[in-house]
Design a protein around this ligand. Structure first.
Ligand code: 13P
Length: 244
């Protein structure tokens, strides 16, 4: 039995006051008993969110980390620093970063650095609309995974986020999502048989309070990576509720 995860990716949103309000309401409204609940603030707010979530059961994720352990890399953030600020997780290979030029090889290198620091990577994969329309969705996602599975470790999480569903309000149907999640699971069975059944696979792309339950009911969907709807405490708590 895989424990569900609901992770909120705040992307480049928020301010000190907005985040204080959000986390204070989350702390009283989300139930972390049977579900891993994670929030991923922008780097400058990690320390604030660490203080506000202490003792609540809500986990912390970085939105990215460097592939380098440390050194002269201006503007980069080391995996060790995320650990130092209380992160247990790091989102890697988000499509918004891939669109800005991040390659499969870089995502794999970052995942290796993150694991050595003791972080659990949330590894994002997903096809564009054009790739889905041309029938290449499974091939694209499998190729992205192929770069990552060799070093897959216990605790790693995969997030399937079809690019056409991110921030568009257009969610994959539970059938479309389950179809891809079962392809991902089958690929893991082939490539990493001992980890395949325990690895959690999240769906991301316009997850909302009103569509979460039917998505999470699918056999291979182990929770969600939520963008826009994670910025409001009531909506996010309802999504957590749907995973329970
Ligand atoms: P939305 O939930 O806003 O579509 O974003 C999904 C996402 O990119 C989470 O990482």
């Amino acid at each position: 039995m895989r424990r569900s995860i609901v992770a909120g990716n705040w992307k480049m949103h928020g301010s000190r006051s907005m985040i204080e309000d959000l986390v204070k309401s989350l702390a009283t409204s989300v139930n972390t008993d049977t579900c891993d609940v994670i929030v991923s603030p922008p780097f400058p707010y990690l320390s604030l969110v660490q203080q506000l979530t202490a003792g609540t059961g809500i986990g912390l994720a970085g939105q990215n980390c460097s592939e380098h352990a440390q050194g002269a890399h201006t503007g980069e953030v080391a995996a060790d620093m995320l650990v130092d600020l209380g992160c247990e997780w790091v989102i890697l290979g988000h499509s918004e970063r891939r669109q800005a030029g991040e390659t499969d090889a870089q995502v794999a290198a970052k995942a290796a650095t993150a694991r050595s620091a003791g972080l659990k990577p949330i590894l994002c994969v997903g096809e564009s609309l054009a790739q889905r329309q041309s029938g290449d969705a499974v091939a694209v996602v499998t190729a992205q995974l192929a770069a990552l599975v060799e070093d897959l470790s216990a605790g790693d999480v995969i997030a399937y986020e079809p690019v056409w569903a991110i921030g568009t309000g257009e969610t994959a149907t539970p059938e479309q999502a389950q179809e891809m999640h079962s392809e991902i699971r089958a690929f893991l069975v082939e490539q990493q048989p001992t980890l395949a059944q325990q690895t959690r696979i999240l769906y991301g792309g316009s997850v909302k309070a009103d569509n979460a339950a039917e998505l999470f009911a699918a056999a291979d969907i182990d929770g969600g990576l939520v963008g826009g709807a994670s910025l409001k405490a009531d909506g996010f708590s309802a999504i957590v509720g749907a995973a329970q």
